[in-house]
Write a protein that binds this ligand. Structure first.
Ligand SMILES: Cc1cc2nc3c(=O)[nH]c(=O)nc-3n(C[C@H](O)[C@H](O)[C@H](O)COP(=O)(O)OP(=O)(O)OC[C@H]3O[C@@H](n4cnc5c(N)ncnc54)[C@H](O)[C@@H]3O)c2cc1C
Length: 379
């Protein structure tokens, strides 16, 4: 067993870190305040190949492994969790559905633009009445000649405010419940698609999360992924992979907060000395770093299992469950270490603490993760 990154992985990590520091960090606070993602930054991320890291060069991707993708997720989330989720939904949810289940034609027509940097993707499973229980899905797709006609509404579709392509899950046979769910590649510029304003949120405020209404949206039969009835499987496999990314995002949020706190405690003086001289400060940071390192190793374990084509569903759920708890605990401790200043918007730990909360909710709540883990344990 080797816990070290390879030379190419270390090089890539350094590139991701530089990109995050120079292109994302300087505007992260402003994007959060504006509650809007910068389209200039989207273009820079595309140009830098950040939206196609684990995908084949044949389709314009970087051809890197999943572990390298988690390094990117950690580095960008260290400075801005909104960028983390923008990348994650595009990469691990949208593209992976086509990569893992799409036909060769779909990969060339729809996945290539997503990973070579010409289009942005999103993933629409959640509906107002169907969250953890995807079986409550009401969106329908009815076959009409060479097209399916989609009607329904999806909520919290990340990236939908500026995305081009969405993987939409809709019932092709209502009588079959989850086994009647199918997955479609939908052009979001199609007639009948209405995207709401960004939903106001506690954290990851710069990310785009909208309600998307589909009213008689015509989608060619050629855009059905796999076969009718495969939608639930496609959705769950994509989420398994996505959870590794959210584990990495959690690690990034927590590590970013530790890095900021470390700087601060070496400068702030109370009782005639810098506060890093207090044993409480030292022990709190030691505990935080230990937990973040443990979470990172769990993310890497899940990523390596996926890279090796081994089963990784339980490991992915575990790294998301643990990583998200660590992100919440660590950011709260870091705010405390900065005292009143930690509570102020001027310091990034305030944003990190707000951003951390969502990691316990999206791509499956912590309770859903425990269902996956206990199911795999055959409890
Ligand atoms: C910012 C943001 C971005 C998102 N991005 C996307 C996206 O891009 N695409 C997409 O499809 N979805 C997205 N989601 C949706 C997200 O995945 C759901 O919010 C999440 O799965 C929970 O569903 P829900 O909100 O309907 O909560 P509910 O399912 O109503 O759950 C409410 C509470 O009940 C608990 N609960 C539910 N069922 C059980 C059970 N059987 N046992 C124990 N406890 C249970 C939950 O854990 C939770 O605590 C996003 C959500 C947010 C907030």
């Amino acid at each position: 067993m080797d816990f070290k990154l390879t030379k190419p992985q270390l090089l890539q990590q350094e590139l991701f870190r530089k990109f995050a520091e120079t292109e994302i960090k300087p505007i992260a606070k402003d994007m959060d305040e504006a509650e809007e993602y910068s389209l200039d930054l989207v273009a820079k991320l595309q140009k830098a190949g950040m939206f196609g890291i684990p995908y084949s060069r044949e389709y314009g991707g970087q051809g890197a492994d999943v572990l390298t993708y988690t390094l990117a997720m950690e580095e960008v989330s260290k400075v801005d969790a909104s960028t983390g989720i923008t990348m994650s939904v595009h990469t691990s949810l949208c593209c992976s559905c086509i990569d893992q289940f799409g036909s060769e034609e779909q990969k060339h027509t729809h996945m290539r633009p997503l990973i070579d940097g010409t289009a942005i993707g999103c993933y629409g499973l959640t509906e107002p009445g169907a969250g953890t229980d995807a079986g409550g899905c009401q969106t329908v797709a009815v076959l009409d000649g060479d097209n399916y006609i989609i009607n329904g509404s999806k909520v919290f579709t990340t990236n939908s405010g500026f995305a081009d392509t969405c993987i939409v899950f809709a019932l092709t046979d209502k009588s079959k419940g989850l086994r009647g769910l199918s997955a479609f590649i939908v052009d979001l510029h199609s007639e009948g698609v209405t995207v709401s304003a960004n939903i106001e949120r506690m954290g990851i405020r710069a990310a785009s999360n909208c309600e998307v209404i589909y009213e008689n949206v015509s989608v060619p039969v050629a855009n059905l992924i796999g076969k009718e009835g495969m939608g639930f499987k496609i959705a769950m496999v994509a989420l398994d992979g996505g959870r590794i990314g959210i584990g990495a995002q959690s690690v990034g949020i927590a590590q970013g907060a530790i890095d900021e706190a470390l700087k601060y405690v070496k400068e702030r003086k109370q009782f005639g000395k810098t506060i890093n001289k207090f044993q409480n400060t030292q022990f709190k940071l030691a505990e935080c770093q230990t937990k973040v390192d443990a979470a990172r190793l769990m993310v890497w374990r899940a990523a390596v299992a996926k890279d090796n084509h081994e089963a990784y569903s339980k490991e992915a759920a575990m790294c998301k469950l643990f990583g998200s708890e660590v992100a919440n605990e660590v950011t709260r401790v870091c705010v405390q270490l900065l005292g009143g200043y930690g509570y102020c918007r001027e310091y990034p730990v305030e944003r990190a603490m707000r951003d951390a909360k969502i990691t316990e909710i999206y791509e499956g709540t912590s309770e859903a993760m425990k269902m996956v883990i206990s199911g795999a344990m055959k409890v």
